[in-house]
Design a protein around this ligand. Structure first.
Ligand code: HEM
Length: 248
């Protein structure tokens, strides 16, 4: 087996690269098939990265069961990695804005009722992170782990860097929560640019539906961080006499 064979076989490239199958007729304009290929690659790579994100987050949840410092340190690194992967997925949406509208309008009918809203992996991620109305699985697992060690998340947020590894976890959760929101906002922008006021293939109202669903995960952590300001401003001499500014 030569090096090229082993690379192809290790990555199962024959299978992987045969999975991009545009449905637009080959006897139509070439550029439509090319654009549909681009559309498929964007969605498939998104699903691949979601797969990685979900296994990474499963490892993070396991660390919240043991609460050992070494496990938590690895978990913090994974949270930052997941945040970076979400940034990558956001960049991919920006690239997708280069999908030529005319071609999209040509091949969109071949999607049928297929829509990202049916993405099982995406829904799993959504449940892990939660949103403004619903606490996510990750936050609950972390808060329970902290309580088992006799602490509270509020105390960790209050302590900041002095809380060490647990502080890094809090920062990591917020890093990926904001990354997720960035993806959602990017997706609204892309959808609005590609569909205008049209409804989605999944049957939703389109942009309005997506706007309503774009809320920030980890509301609990955001509220706890807000309380740090209240406590600090209650300490005599820290903010007294300072006028409110746009950066407050
Ligand atoms: C031209 C590009 C795209 C358009 C026009 C578009 C459009 C839409 C629309 C209208 C919805 C709402 C559901 C519906 O009625 O169909 C939706 C949902 C969704 N799309 Fe896209 N999308 C695009 C690209 C992508 C990409 C690249 C991904 C990555 C996998 C993606 C993932 C999702 C997900 C996960 C949802 C559910 C969002 C939620 O429930 O909050 N979309 N999309």
């Amino acid at each position: 087996m030569d090096a090229e064979d082993s690379y192809h076989e290790y990555l199962r490239l024959d299978e992987l690269l045969s999975l991009q199958q545009p449905r637009a007729p080959k006897d139509g304009p070439d550029h439509t098939v090319l654009s549909e290929h681009f559309f498929i690659v964007c969605h498939q790579t998104c699903e691949l990265w979601l797969k990685q994100i979900l296994v990474d987050l499963a490892a993070v949840e396991e660390a919240f069961l043991t609460m050992r410092t070494a496990d938590l340190e690895r978990a913090a690194d994974l949270l930052y990695r997941v945040g970076d992967l979400l940034r990558l997925l956001h960049e991919q949406l920006v690239a997708m804005e280069r999908l030529p509208l005319e071609d999209f309008a040509n091949f969109r009918r071949y999607l049928g009722s297929a829509s990202g809203v049916q993405s099982t992996q995406f829904h799993q991620l959504d449940r892990k992170l939660g949103n403004a109305a619903r606490t996510g699985i990750l936050y609950t697992a972390f808060a329970q782990g902290v309580e088992r060690t006799g602490g509270t998340v509020a105390a960790i947020v209050e302590a900041g860097v002095a809380a060490g590894t647990e502080h890094r976890i809090v920062e990591g959760l917020l890093h990926l929560g904001n990354g997720y929101m960035r993806w959602k906002v990017g997706h609204v922008g892309l959808t609005s640019r590609m569909l205008g006021e049209n409804t989605g293939t999944g049957g939703s109202a389109g942009v309005g539906y997506l706007m309503d669903r774009a809320t920030l995960p980890f509301a609990e952590l955001r509220a706890l961080r807000g309380r740090v300001h209240q406590r600090k401003s209650g300490v005599a001499g820290t903010t007294a006499g300072r006028g409110a500014s746009a950066s407050d």
